[in-house]
Write a protein that binds this ligand. Structure first.
Ligand SMILES: NC(=O)c1ccc[n+]([C@@H]2O[C@H](COP(=O)([O-])OP(=O)(O)OC[C@H]3O[C@@H](n4cnc5c(N)ncnc54)[C@H](OP(=O)(O)O)[C@@H]3O)[C@@H](O)[C@H]2O)c1
Length: 223
């Protein structure tokens, strides 16, 4: 058993989610930022890869005070559980995401001193030998009562989850810029597939601000 998992990402018209410098780029406008805040407020947990933490240092909290209040009125925490997938415990102890209601998932190979330092700031969960075992992590989350996980990137984590068949839906906001650069991260990177591609079913596509919001259901890989 695992929670419902959905990826949300903003990408340029040429499919890039960042630049060759891997710096955060404003791809969408205020309408999309508001939509993402609502997605966050609905989710039980938000997950990112350590690459995103190192590049962007996101907080991943809900921005709107009204949405936070709604969550509390529903008996939930102000913000969803925030999770970093980080096999080697590379998350800096000063990372904005750390604190209450956060979790860093590491693998057994993570250096003890790093795990110890992080444990003083945040819950650290060891799950997997050399890499974080994503299926086990999701099963652990489900056991804690987490029923929905919003994955906010980046490109490597997106691929790993999709390849393992652990994603139910993908939301992509396609913004009105071209970034280019063969080394710039795209929506899904990782090792890639050469056959048996992951099939999607279009759920919805609509203009939002100056770009397009596309919602795909993930059907999975053909045998
Ligand atoms: N436009 C957007 O919406 C958006 C959103 C998010 C991020 N971004 C951009 O995306 C870029 C970061 O993406 P990224 O691909 O470099 O990093 P990432 O996907 O955020 O993190 C990847 C890292 O996660 C760790 N990991 C742990 N267990 C894993 C597993 N089982 N499978 C795969 N990875 C695992 C790996 O590091 P270890 O081996 O050390 O564990 C891996 O290198 C940044 O440039 C950021 O700005 C854009």
């Amino acid at each position: 058993m695992r929670p419902y998992v959905f990826i949300n990402s903003a990408m340029s018209a040429d499919g890039k989610i960042s630049t060759v410098a891997r710096e955060q780029v404003r791809i969408s406008g205020k309408e999309d930022l508001q939509r993402v805040d609502e997605l966050k407020a609905d989710a039980d947990a938000i997950m990112v890869g350590v690459g995103t933490v190192l590049a962007d240092d996101p907080k991943l909290t809900v921005k709107s005070a009204a949405l936070k209040r709604n969550r509390v009125a529903q008996g939930r925490s102000e913000d969803p559980l925030r999770i970093v997938v980080d096999s080697k415990a590379r998350t800096p102890v000063t990372a904005a995401i750390l604190g209450r209601n956060a979790l860093v998932a590491v693998a057994q190979q993570a250096p003890c001193d790093r795990v110890e330092a992080l444990s003083k700031k945040v819950e650290v969960l060891v799950v997997g030998k050399s890499k974080v075992d994503l299926a086990k992590l999701l099963a652990n989350l489900k056991d804690r009562g987490v029923n929905s996980v919003l994955v906010e990137g980046g490109a490597t984590l997106n691929f790993a989850l999709l390849e393992l068949g652990l994603v139910d839906e993908v939301y992509t906001y396609v913004g009105d810029i071209i970034i280019g650069g063969s080394a710039a991260p795209t929506l899904v990177d990782g090792a890639g597939l050469t056959s048996h591609f992951i099939n999607l079913k279009l759920q919805d596509a609509s203009q939002l601000g100056k770009g397009v919001l596309i919602r795909w259901a993930v059907l999975g890989r053909p045998l």
